[in-house]
Write a protein that binds this ligand. Structure first.
Ligand code: SF4
Ligand code: SF4
Length: 114
């Protein structure tokens, strides 16, 4: 039998950054934010943040400017899908591997590894 008290019980979860762990090097797509299209940056007001709200891994910061923690981002593309101004584009991860400090240069690659 359901008591009156049970009616007010609801599930509640707080997402922690990187809930699903570090991404490592398997992400296929990387979200890139064009800040000239991002509403908080354009208006100078803390607004929108739909990318922060919907990111399933809690890797989007709700600041100014909006930032994505690539250590945990899985490249799912949800942030790009929900962005109302199309400020986020999903780029091929391989294009960044030799360019940023998170990737390895050709010289650092382990022999036999692709
Ligand atoms: S959803 Fe798009 S416009 Fe909104 S804060 Fe995120 S990047 Fe900016
Ligand atoms: S691609 Fe997915 S995991 Fe990465 S910031 Fe966007 S919503 Fe979050």
């Amino acid at each position: 039998m359901t008591s009156k008290k049970d009616k007010f019980i609801s599930a509640c979860a707080t997402l922690a950054r990187g809930e699903a762990g570090r991404t490592g090097d398997w992400r296929a797509k990387r979200p890139i934010i064009d800040l000239s299209k991002c509403t908080p940056c354009k208006t100078g007001k803390p607004s929108c943040y739909l990318c922060w709200l919907y990111c399933p891994d809690g890797t989007v910061g709700r600041g100014m400017p909006v930032e994505i923690d690539l250590t945990y981002c899985k490249g799912c593309g949800i942030c790009a899908e929900v962005c109302p101004t199309k400020a986020i584009s999903m780029e091929v991860e391989e294009d960044f591997l030799d360019a940023d400090c998170g990737g390895r240069t050709e010289a650092e690659r382990v022999p036999g590894e692709s």
